[in-house]
Design a protein around this ligand. Sequence first.
Ligand code: AMP
Ligand code: MG
Length: 386
Amino acid sequence: MYGILPHLDICGRGVSTWTAKRFNTPKSVDIPLSKGRVYCEEPQKLPVNNSANSYCLGIESTADDFGAAILSFEGKVLSNANDAYMPKKGGIHPREAARHHAEVAEKVLAEAFEKAEIRPRDVNLVAFSQGPGLGPCLRTGATAARALASYLGVPLVGVNHCMAHIEIGKLATGARDPVTLYVSGGNTIVSAFEAGRYRVFGETLDIAVGNCLDVFAREVGLKQRRGVPFGAIVEELAGNGKTFVSLPYTVKGMDLSFSGLLTAAVQTFRKKKYSVEDVCFSLQEVAFSMLTEVTERALAHTEKPEVLLTGGVAANKKLQSMLRVIAEEHDARFCVVPRGLAADNGAMIAWTGILAYKSGLSTPIEKSFVNVKWRLEEVYAPWVEG
Ligand code: AMP
Ligand code: MG
C-alpha cells in the first residue's frame, strides 16, 4: 500500500525515479549532491513547533540496521520499525548491507507510518543519520531522507549517530547531564558535555567492544538467531561460565583496545582447555572491567550527577551491574537506555533531529552529504545544557 521508495540507489546519487502512486506524483525527482558544511553553523529563524501534532520521521542506516521511526515533537515514540541485515557468512559487507537497506526501505517506512497511524503528509521534519558509519549504508538512508523531505516539502536534518544514542538515552531515562558510556558494534566512547560540546574522554583505539563480542562469537562457531544478537548469545553463555581465564586487559590512559583481547580469547577457546562458557565469561569480565575503569575515571573527573549506558551493548545485564556499582560509589544516578532503544534505531535519529530543528538547525539538501568519520565533538548542539 505504501509505494514510497521503489528505486533507491545504493550509491547515494539520488532517487532516479519516484513513482509514489500514493502521493499521486507523476514526476521523477533527481536530487543533486554537492559538498558543503553539515548543518547550518548559525541557527536560522525556523518556525519552531513544540506540538504533539508535529511529527518527525527519523531514518537510521549507519551499518547493519535500517530503521525508520516517527516521533512527536514532544518526544513520544509513535513507531520504531527496523530490519537488520544478517550476512550469510562473515561480518558486515558495506555494499551488501546497503543493498539490503535499499530493498527493505519501503517496507520499513510503511511499517513506521502504519504503526504511528499517520500519513507521510503529516510529517513536519525528516531526520537521517549523516555519520559516522559505513559509506554505502549511510548514503542509502540519506537518499531516502532527501527524497522524502524534498517531496513532502519539509526540512531535512542530518544527525550525528553517536549523539543520537546519547540523546535517546537522555530522553528515555530523564538524565540531564550524564557521563555516557556508549557501546555498540561500531563505537566505544566515554563522553560528557563540557564547554559547549560533547567531549570524548576515552574511546577505543581499534575495534568496538560490540565488534569484539561479535567476531569472537563467529570465530568460535556460535550461530546468530534473528532478533538475538551475538552479544546476547555471549551473555547467555557467560552466565554458565565458572572458571576465569586470564586475558589481556588493555587500557591506555583513557583509551581502550579490544583487538588483543579478541585474539587471545579466540586462541584460548581453540586450545580446548576451557569451555566456551568459561571463555565467554572471562571475555565479558575483562572487556567490561576495562569499560568500567575508564567510565569511573571520567565520572571522578567531571563529577557529573548521572552515568548513562547506551548503545547495543547496553542491553548486557553484567555491564549494567558493573556500571551501577561505580555510579553509586560516586553518588551518581545510574541510567540505562531501554532495550528497545539500545541498538541502532530510527527513534534516536528522529529525536535528535527534533532537538536540532527546535534550536533552529536544519541541513539544506545540497549540504546533506554523508560524513563517514563525523566525530561527536565536532557537532554543534546548542540545545544541550551542561
Ligand atoms: P548497535 O551497533 O548499537 O546496533 O548494537 C549492536 C551491538 O550490540 C552488536 O555488537 C551486538 O552483539 C551487541 N549486543 C546486543 N545485545 C547485547 C547483549 N545483551 N550483550 C552484549 N552485546 C550486545
Ligand atoms: Mg546495529
